[in-house]
Every structure is written in structure tokens, then in C-alpha cells.
Write a protein that binds this ligand. Structure first.
Ligand SMILES: NC(=O)C1=CN([C@@H]2O[C@H](COP(=O)(O)OP(=O)(O)OC[C@H]3O[C@@H](n4cnc5c(N)ncnc54)[C@H](O)[C@@H]3O)[C@@H](O)[C@H]2O)C=CC1
Ligand SMILES: O=C(O)C1=N[C@H](C(=O)O)C[C@H](O)C1
Length: 257
């Protein structure tokens, strides 16, 4: 009989965590050995024998959770937002001393979203203007979304590599925030609206034309194939991978930091 892969979920009683618990439970090759909430001790991960830890918690907790997993030789699959450049650098330093341990930080587990971001990065060099609108449910803790930040970073990277100048913008703001936040120079606008789940539009404009790249997650089920792919693949990808595209055969140039 093939051995089951022991998996723990952190944030197990949250919206994403509860969905991940169900997905792991339903997978014939995985065994859910721990499902932890905010008041459960991390030591449980060791006593339960977890090999892969899935973190779906909050930006304030995720870095310490992942550090604990890495320090104890467990791989981590992370969907939680809030991974700044400084946090990623600290994690990379930690991973340098833990040969063989893999961490996947996936701003978005939905395949359509990963593709939409890749398409946006590909298109970005061909248009004068690029702006991002992300739209989410109003219980979301953070803005802008991790997906929008990642998309803006990859768009900016692609435009810089092709020497595309900043988009034209003669507007003077009459109110702070009217033009959104800038992520690496790309305007990002955040909508929070009851009824929504997770949505994003990348608007690309040039004289006389517009390309809109839109992705919609209508249900958190959309994230589960990506979560399962991450769990099953993370051990084969030692070190840090940012973006599920790092585990897929996409030509985005967007993997890594
Ligand atoms: N990468 C992706 O595809 C997706 C990522 N997310 C991100 O995942 C995170 C969670 O999102 P939701 O489930 O909607 O939030 P949520 O608020 O429903 O769930 C978070 C859960 O984490 C728990 N928690 C807080 N600190 C903890 C700790 N130290 N240990 C264990 N549990 C802890 C909370 O009590 C809560 O139950 C957010 O950062 C969100 O942006 C959400 C959807 C998809
Ligand atoms: O909080 C959410 O819901 C989501 N968070 C992630 C993000 O911030 O990008 C992924 C997805 O957009 C849903």
C-alpha cells in the first residue's frame, strides 16, 4: 500500500482553511493529521507528524508559522497574504540552512488567476497604460489583494525589461486615493462589495484600443486544485517558490522573487 502524505492545515476554521480541510480529507493520497486554529499550539504539527503544512491564516501570523515549519523540517504551502520583500528575504535565509525543505507562497491558487496574471505580464509591454482593479468580499482583511500586488510586480518587471515608459497620466488628484495605490508604479484599485468572492481586472490601454484581462473566483472551490497541487509538489521544489506558476509549465518569466 502507498504511504499517505501527512498534511496539517493552519487556519482550519477560516473560510479558506475549512475548504482546504475538506479537500485534503477527500484526497485519497493525503492524510489530514492536524487542523489548527489560532489558539492551538504549533507543537501539534510535530506531534502529529505533519510533512506538509498548509498556512491559510492571517498576515500577522503566517511568517512565524512558516518559520516554525521550516525549522522543524516540514514543507509549507502558503496562501496567506502579507509577504513583503523583507519577510521573503528572511524566509530565504532560513531556507538556506534547511536543505531539501520547500516553501510555496502562492498569492492565488486558482489556475485561471495564475494564467490571467501571466497573460497580463505578457501583454504589459505592448500597451501605454496598465491599471489593476481587484474586487473582493468585504470580510477580506487586507488591501490591496496579494494577487493584485503580485500582478502589478510582474507587470512592472515586464515593462522595465522592455524599457516601456510609465503610463501617461496628466491627472492631479483632488482627493487622496482617487487614483488608487501604486505598486511598483502600477495603479491598483480595491473594491470591497457584499456578494463578491475574489475577482480581478487588468486594464491595458493604447491609442484606440483596450484589452481587459479578467478573472473571477465565484467559489473557494476554485482554489482547491491549486492547494492540492502545491501539497503534492512542494517536496520536489526545495527552497522558496513564489507563485503557483513556479510549479506549472508556463512561460511567464514570473517565478521566484
Ligand atoms: N492564495 C489564495 O488562493 C487565497 C488566499 N487567501 C488568503 O488566505 C488568508 C485567509 O483567508 P480567509 O480564509 O478568507 O480568512 P479567514 O479570516 O476566514 O481565516 C483565517 C483563519 O486563520 C485563523 N488564524 C489566525 N491566526 C492563526 C494562527 N496563528 N494559527 C492558526 N490559525 C490562525 C483565524 O482564526 C481564522 O479562522 C488571507 O490572507 C487571504 O487573503 C484567500 C483565498 C485564496
Ligand atoms: O482574501 C481573499 O478572499 C483572497 N485573497 C487572496 C489575495 O489577497 O489575493 C487570493 C484571492 O484573491 C482571495
Amino acid at each position: 500500500m502507498t504511504e499517505l502524505l501527512p498534511v496539517a492545515v493552519l487556519g482550519a476554521r477560516g473560510r479558506m482553511g475549512a475548504e482546504a480541510v475538506r479537500a485534503v480529507d477527500a484526497a485519497a493520497d493525503l492524510e489530514l493529521v492536524a487542523a489548527l486554529g489560532s489558539s492551538d499550539p504549533l507543537d501539534t504539527l510535530v506531534s502529529a507528524g505533519a510533512r506538509v503544512v498548509v498556512d491559510l491564516t492571517v498576515p500577522e501570523a503566517t511568517a512565524d508559522n512558516v518559520a516554525y515549519a521550516v525549522e522543524h523540517g516540514m514543507h509549507a504551502v502558503v496562501g496567506t497574504t502579507g509577504w513583503t520583500a523583507e519577510r521573503l528575504e528572511r524566509l530565504e535565509a532560513l531556507l538556506a540552512g534547511s536543505a531539501g525543505t520547500g516553501v510555496l507562497i502562492a498569492p492565488n491558487f486558482a489556475l485561471g488567476s495564475v494564467l490571467a496574471t501571466a497573460f497580463a505580464a505578457t501583454a504589459a509591454r505592448y500597451f501605454e497604460s496598465v491599471e489593476i482593479i481587484e474586487l473582493h468580499h468585504p470580510d477580506k482583511a487586507d488591501a490591496p489583494s496579494g494577487t493584485a500586488v503580485r500582478t502589478a510586480q510582474l507587470v512592472a518587471r515586464a515593462r522595465a525589461a522592455a524599457d516601456v515608459p510609465a503610463g501617461p497620466d496628466a491627472t492631479r488628484d483632488q482627493l487622496d486615493g482617487a487614483r488608487g495605490a501604486r505598486v511598483d508604479g502600477v495603479p491598483v484599485h480595491s473594491v470591497r462589495l457584499r456578494g463578491l468572492t475574489a475577482h480581478q481586472e487588468v486594464l491595458l490601454g493604447s491609442p484606440g484600443e483596450q484589452l481587459t484581462i479578467r478573472h473571477d473566483s465565484f467559489d473557494r472551490a476554485s482554489f482547491m486544485p491549486g492547494v492540492l497541487l502545491g501539497i503534492r509538489s512542494v517536496a520536489q521544489h526545495p527552497g522558496l517558490t513564489v507563485g503557483l506558476d513556479g510549479y506549472l509549465d508556463l512561460q511567464t518569466g514570473g517565478t521566484g522573487r
